[in-house]
Design a protein around this ligand. Structure first.
Ligand code: SAM
Length: 207
């Protein structure tokens, strides 16, 4: 999918639906928070949430005292919704409207978090672009938490086809330079009560 039509899709989603009218809504991003707590980041660590949308992860990170949090998303409307929810606390995070497959990271981060963005990349050149940016934007020794639909998860999300992964396939897709440290399955309950099987994997960048 071209970057422009991808952006138009997501702008339409976030301007036409409320926070809890989308399947991926989480009252609390507990699976991500538990993994983040386990990797030894400090309040000064640089954290970026790729495809963070209107997720409440940023709220929790700010409240836990993380001082260097960035949320990147294709949709400006998604980020505006998150900022509106945060109110004055929004200035304690950085906000980037960009496409994860072709942005130019101006710095490196200690932690790259992605829940349900990478799995939309169904074309090899988009995945290659994303992985190049991951290598540009993540410190050697830094961590990447990548959550996608699992092999037995849904075939589509937000009406778009997705790639489904298990941790081994995800590691193989990222290629050399990332060590899989841990992973687990997660059953996400959508706001309307159906279940979506995710996998969460933690990688360390080793070179
Ligand atoms: C299923 S939603 C998940 C949102 C959020 N991570 C969460 O867990 O609530 C996917 C998000 O990825 C964003 N997205 C999709 N493709 C992207 C891309 N190539 N670059 C940046 N963001 C993207 C969408 O705008 C959307 O906010």
């Amino acid at each position: 999918m071209e970057s422009e039509s991808r952006q138009a899709h997501w702008e339409n989603v976030y301007t036409s639906k409320g926070e809890n009218e989308v399947s991926w809504f989480q009252e609390s991003p507990a699976p991500s928070l538990a993994l983040i707590a386990g990797i030894g980041v400090t309040p000064a660590s640089g954290i970026i949430d790729i495809g963070g949308g209107a997720s409440r992860l940023v709220d929790h990170l700010i409240d836990q005292g993380f001082r260097d949090v960035t949320v990147l998303d294709l949709s400006a409307a998604a980020l505006e919704a998150a900022k509106a929810r945060l109110g004055e606390r929004a200035i304690r995070a950085h906000w980037l409207v960009a496409d994860a497959t072709n942005w130019e990271p101006s710095r490196v981060y200690d932690l790259w978090h992605d829940r349900a963005a990478f799995h939309f990349l169904t074309e090899e050149h988009d995945r290659a672009g994303y992985i190049a940016k991951l290598k540009q934007g993540l410190k050697i020794g830094g961590h990447a938490i990548i959550a996608t639909f699992a092999l037995d998860g849904p075939e589509k999300c937000s009406g778009l086809p997705v790639m489904r992964y298990d941790p081994a396939l995800l590691g193989q897709t990222l290629g050399a330079g990332f060590n899989l440290l841990r992973s687990h399955g997660n059953d996400h309950a959508t706001p309307w009560g159906s279940q979506q099987r995710f996998q969460f994997s933690v990688f360390q960048r080793v070179g």
